[in-house]
Design a binder for this molecule. Structure first.
Ligand SMILES: [Zn+2]
Length: 49
């Protein structure tokens, strides 16, 4: 059976959208937290005390 393995995915903490693995993240998928550079530069909504 030829079946494409589903790509891993994560949820971006900034925009709260799921995003799938991309080839450019192959080396550091574990370190990837945000769906895009744009989100990465933003901070997830943190409630300051
Ligand atoms: Zn995002």
């Amino acid at each position: 059976m030829h079946r494409k393995a589903s790509l891993p995915s994560k949820v971006c903490p900034v925009c709260n959208r799921p995003f799938a693995w991309r080839k450019k993240w192959a080396k550091d998928w574990d370190a990837v937290k945000y769906c895009s550079e744009r989100c990465r530069r933003q901070r997830p909504a943190v409630t300051a005390t």
